[in-house]
Design a protein around this ligand. Structure first.
Ligand code: HEC
Length: 208
């Protein structure tokens, strides 16, 4: 009887463990396979979920762009007056492909997570330096050879949170910017296939 009870208890425990591990596996699988760009039915890019767990390729502080394009003049002026961190991530599948082939595959996603750069914190313990403060922006670049908005430009650029908004808010989805607003500068000056690998040590070191 005692033995039977023990056995039932052990079996129940094993059952729970199996269930728990099944849930865990599904979650881990869900995370690693869902990094392809997701779109709304009208072709807007959905906010990439879980990009914080992707491959971090580099960060910069206060990088401002030269006045190249008319559309960029206001952007440039505003950036020069504003120090902010750009933290850049790539989806793991695209990173693995880049590692093997030195090319960005179809469905590459790069996220630029933008933070304010304060030099004070509430306890006032800092003597020098700046840190990642409030999140103030999120921009996304997606390579898609079959874009749902039917544009044939492979790279599309999106703003999910606009650092220039007085009170930036995260959108659930966004439609692609016109090529002239973003893509043209990337296409002309970025180091490798529209991506600024020259600023990302994790990718830069993989190139000859
Ligand atoms: C005048 C040039 C220029 C324009 C216009 C421009 N960018 Fe960029 N972009 C850059 C540079 C330089 C970087 C390098 C990294 C950084 O700024 O942090 C970059 C990096 C990025 C990245 C990180 C991934 C990558 O491709 O390297 C994203 C995402 C991005 N830009 C989105 C946008 C969006 C959205 C727009 C339009 C609203 C835009 N960019 C317009 C110059 C430009």
């Amino acid at each position: 009887m005692t033995f039977n009870r023990l056995w039932v208890g052990a079996a129940a425990l094993a059952g729970i463990a199996t269930l728990a591990s099944m849930t865990l596996t599904t979650e881990v699988r869900g995370q690693s396979t869902d990094t392809a760009p997701q779109y709304t039915p009208d072709g807007q890019l959905k906010l990439p979920v879980g990009f914080e767990t992707w491959v971090f390729v580099g960060s910069n502080l206060g990088l401002a762009y030269k006045e190249e394009l008319p559309a960029n003049t206001a952007l440039e002026a505003a950036l020069l007056n504003k120090q902010e961190f750009h933290n850049i991530y790539i989806n793991p599948e695209a990173y693995a492909y880049f590692l093997a082939h030195k090319e960005f595959p179809d469905k590459t996603v790069l996220v630029m997570d933008v933070f304010a750069a304060p030099d004070r914190e509430p306890r006032d313990v800092l003597a020098a330096g700046v840190y990642n403060g409030n999140q103030i922006g999120l921009r996304v670049a997606v390579k898609n050879l079959h874009r749902p908005d039917h544009s044939t430009t492979p790279w599309a650029y999106y703003t999910l949170m606009d650092p220039f908004d007085p009170v930036p808010v995260m959108a659930a989805s966004a439609k692609a910017h016109e090529d002239v607003a973003c893509e043209k500068c990337h296409e002309k000056h970025a180091g490798k296939d529209n991506v600024w690998v020259q600023f990302y040590p994790t990718l830069r070191k993989l190139l000859p």
